[in-house]
Ligand binder design. Structure first.
Ligand SMILES: Cc1cc2nc3c(=O)[nH]c(=O)nc-3n(C[C@H](O)[C@H](O)[C@H](O)COP(=O)(O)O)c2cc1C
Length: 246
C-alpha cells in the first residue's frame, strides 16, 4: 500500500502536468447516462408537491445514526422520490449546459454519479432494479427481479442490512465527467462528493422517520454486475440501505 502511495506522490507533478481534456478544449461529456432503450419510465411525484422532510434540521442532525434493522412496513413512493431529490435532485442546468446544480455540492459541479435502486419493498414499485433519471426526475425500470435484495446482500458481503432493506441506493460514478476537468485529481473529488450524497440520505431518512446505513463494504465486481455497469467507464462507488427502522 505504502509503495503505491509513494508511487503516486513521486509521479504526481508529472501526472498533473498532463492536464485535462477541458484544458485541451474537448467537448464536455453528457450530464447523465442515456436512459436505457425500451424500458418503462415511471413519473415520480413532483418534489414541490411533497409535504415531507419538515423536521427541524438540528433535530435530524442530532438523531442521525446508522440503522440496520427494518420493520416489514414498505417505503412509500413519495418518500423514495423525496430521498432521490435530497441525494441527487437537479436544481438547475446552467446556460452553458456543461454542468448541473443539485441538492448536494460537487467539485466543479461535475456530478459524476448515477443512482441505481435495488427495490424490495416500495409501494407501487415491483421488486427489481431501477435507475433515477435525475434530469427529468423519473425512474427507469431496468429489470424486474424477485430475488434482487438477496443478490444485493450477497454482493455486499452477505450484509443483512442490505438483503432485508426496503430499498438500497447504489451510486455509481462515471469518472470521466470529473477527469474531463480535473485530470488525475478527479478521483479525490469523486470520493469526497460521494460522502455528501450519502450524508443527505442520512439526514433525509431521519427527517422522514426512515433509517439508513451507508454501505462501503461490497464486492466491486459483483455490485458492478448487479447494476449492469462495465467497471471501467462506470463503476459502483457507494451504497446506502434504506428502510423503516424497527
Ligand atoms: C464510508 C462508509 C462505509 C460504511 N460501510 C458500512 C458497511 O458496509 N456496513 C455497515 O453496516 N456500516 C457501514 N458504515 C456505517 C458505519 O459503520 C457507521 O457510520 C459507524 O459505525 C458510526 O455509526 P453511526 O453512523 O451510527 O454514527 C459505513 C460508513 C461509512 C461512512
Amino acid at each position: 500500500m505504502k509503495d503505491r502511495r509513494n508511487w503516486l506522490k513521486a509521479n504526481w507533478d508529472e501526472l498533473e502536468a498532463q492536464g485535462s481534456d477541458q484544458q485541451r478544449r474537448v467537448a464536455y461529456p453528457p450530464l447523465e447516462q442515456p436512459g436505457p432503450a425500451a424500458t418503462e419510465l415511471i413519473e415520480l411525484p413532483p418534489v414541490a408537491e411533497l409535504q415531507m422532510g419538515t423536521m427541524p434540521l438540528a433535530e435530524a442532525i442530532a438523531r442521525r445514526e446508522s440503522r440496520r434493522k427494518w420493520s416489514a412496513e414498505p417505503v412509500k413512493l413519495a418518500e423514495l422520490a423525496w430521498l432521490l431529490w435530497a441525494t441527487q435532485g437537479v436544481r438547475s442546468v446552467p446556460a452553458s449546459g456543461a454542468a448541473t446544480l443539485r441538492t448536494v455540492p460537487s467539485g466543479g459541479a461535475r456530478h459524476t454519479f448515477e443512482t441505481y435502486l435495488v427495490v424490495q419493498s416500495v409501494v407501487e414499485l415491483e421488486p427489481g432494479l431501477y435507475r433515477y433519471l435525475a434530469l427529468s426526475h423519473r425512474l427507469a425500470r431496468l429489470r424486474l427481479q424477485a430475488d434482487i435484495g438477496e443478490q444485493a446482500g450477497e454482493a455486499c458481503l452477505k450484509q443483512r442490512t442490505v438483503s432485508r432493506a426496503a430499498v438500497t441506493f447504489i451510486w455509481s460514478t462515471v469518472p470521466y465527467r470529473a477527469e474531463w476537468r480535473y485530470g488525475v485529481a478527479a478521483h479525490k473529488m469523486i470520493a469526497i462528493d460521494a460522502g455528501h450524497v450519502c450524508q443527505n440520505a442520512y439526514l433525509g431518512c431521519e427527517a422522514l422517520g426512515l433509517g439508513c446505513c451507508a454501505i462501503g463494504a461490497y464486492d466491486q465486481g459483483l455490485v458492478d454486475k448487479l447494476i449492469g455497469v462495465d467497471g471501467e467507464d462506470e463503476l459502483a462507488i457507494y451504497a446506502c440501505a434504506v428502510g423503516r427502522p424497527m
